[in-house]
Design a protein around this ligand. Sequence first.
Ligand SMILES: Nc1nc2c(ncn2[C@@H]2O[C@H](COP(=O)(O)OP(=O)(O)OP(=O)(O)O)[C@@H](O)[C@H]2O)c(=O)[nH]1
Ligand SMILES: [Mg+2]
Length: 192
Amino acid sequence: MVLVNYADRKVNCKIVYCGTGEGGKTTNLGYIYSKLDPSIRSDMTKLAGVNERTLFFDFLSINLGEVKGFTTSFSLYTAPGQKQYAAARKLILNGIDGIIFVADSRADKRQENIESLKDLVEDLKVYNLTLENVPIVFQYNKRDENNILSLETLENDLNKLGYPSFEAVATNGSGVFATLKSISNLILSGLQ
Ligand SMILES: Nc1nc2c(ncn2[C@@H]2O[C@H](COP(=O)(O)OP(=O)(O)OP(=O)(O)O)[C@@H](O)[C@H]2O)c(=O)[nH]1
Ligand SMILES: [Mg+2]
């Protein structure tokens, strides 16, 4: 649910990066942080444990300026992908307006991607949300790796509803802003 403050004419949208462990969610956020002017973004909060794996979430806020007469900001979060952090993963979905599902393109991650999406569908039910009623964009990350799944396989496995999807190499930023812009457009176009 997009938080709209009519008195102050402010809109805040919550976007969560979801997907399998080590798929590149934190890397996406780090790239966005590194490229945006400090005047329009917050500091990046990282709650990471060993090996930089996300424990609870990462957070970055972006001020987009005026959109349709409202001061608009995005709160970007990453969910922890590791299996054992199911509770944190569920909590972070509270109040979301859009999801970026980061899939790991490597062939040996095929099942993990599918399971991660299945878990997401279950977690969304807690908030009365489904893949049909919450905007989602898919990002097929790690396209620079050697043994990767074809786009067709990834689309068939994950994107059955035909949402926008992007190839990415988050480590060099390729596809990162295209993905973010796409979910922003989906959310803002739903806000009439
Ligand atoms: N080759 C390659 N490596 C990547 C890419 N994106 C991320 N990585 C690497 O994959 C590893 C995991 O990336 P993270 O961004 O920490 O993954 P995550 O999805 O946040 O993982 P969790 O926090 O455990 O859920 C890191 O070593 C990254 O440098 C990519 O596009 N290509
Ligand atoms: Mg992470």
